[in-house]
Design a protein around this ligand. Structure first.
Ligand SMILES: [Zn+2]
Length: 279
């Protein structure tokens, strides 16, 4: 039998490559035998209010967390050649694919089954088969919208479906309910180019300028100045005018664009690259 792993991602915003948390639950011998969850620092620290409402993760939670490749390095060998379960798998498979691609990583070969489809066949109900609904009907206790907990509930739904149909294992369940696994071939040998902001043409001499929203909603401007003494970021807020490093400058250097009003997200990455190069 292949590794059988339930997988769940949470994302920071509408982009599929903005994973900010991952949860995994391993199934063996008819039971969940291992559970893991990790926070992920997405490529840009832009969190949509709607996404925060769902999972409660905010930029400060992931600012110092490792990026997707570092987090997933621990788990990709298990996923490779494995059978992955996900509830509404189209979403989680999309996140996995987009994130691997964004970081120039080669997607492993694996197959997957959607537990939403499984639940619709085995545990249909008027109220629908959302993860929370099915779990409640089956008496699975979990903390909805925590990636680790969601992966666990997903695994338990598959196990309950196995028991319900008398299937000996997940592949047997797939046959019993005529829901074939989807096979994902290994990605191309040459991984597509990562979404690297630094690759884009940039005017080195052009000064970078950002508009940011202050704590009380007022607008400040942060400007990068190229001085004889080196690069310097100047902010128009009170602290900035006194020459101290304010939270607006600190946020930009952190890649935190939550309060960025000017919309030039790419410039934030350029700024960070230039500051690193100049340091
Ligand atoms: Zn400031």
């Amino acid at each position: 039998m292949p590794n059988i792993i339930a997988l769940d991602f949470e994302t920071a915003n509408e982009r599929r490559d903005s994973a900010c948390a991952v949860g995994l639950a391993w199934i063996a011998d008819g039971a969940v035998v291992r559970r893991e969850s990790r926070l992920i620092r997405p490529p840009e620290l832009r969190f949509s209010p709607g996404n925060i409402r769902v999972h409660g993760i905010v930029p400060a939670d992931v600012r110092t967390q490792p990026l997707f490749p570092e987090v997933m390095a621990e788990f990709l060998p298990d996923l490779a050649g494995g059978l992955v379960l996900a509830h509404n798998a189209g979403f989680d498979m999309g996140v996995l694919r987009a994130s691997l691609q964004a970081h120039g990583l080669r997607p492993p070969a694996f197959s997957y089954l959607c537990t939403l489809q499984i639940a619709r066949r085995v545990f249909p109900a008027e109220e629908g088969c959302g993860l929370g609904k099915v779990a409640a009907r089956l008496g699975i206790r979990f903390e909805h919208h925590d990636a680790g907990e969601d992966a666990y509930a997903c695994a338990e739904i598959a196990l309950a479906a196995m028991r319900q149909t008398g299937a000996p294992d997940i592949l047997g369940l797939s046959r019993a309910i005529r829901l074939p696994v989807t096979v994902v071939p290994e990605g191309p040998d040459r991984a597509p180019r990562p979404r690297a902001f630094a690759d884009r043409p940039r005017a080195e001499s052009a000064s970078l300028r950002f508009a940011v929203k202050g704590r009380r909603g007022d607008r400040y401007d942060v400007v990068l100045e190229d001085r004889a003494t080196g690069l310097r970021l100047r902010c128009t807020c009170m602290a900035g005018r006194y020459g101290t490093r304010c939270r607006h400058v600190a946020a930009l250097l952190d890649g935190d664009i939550t309060d960025l009003l000017s919309g030039n997200h790419d410039d934030v990455e350029r700024l960070r690259l230039r500051m690193v190069a100049g340091a």
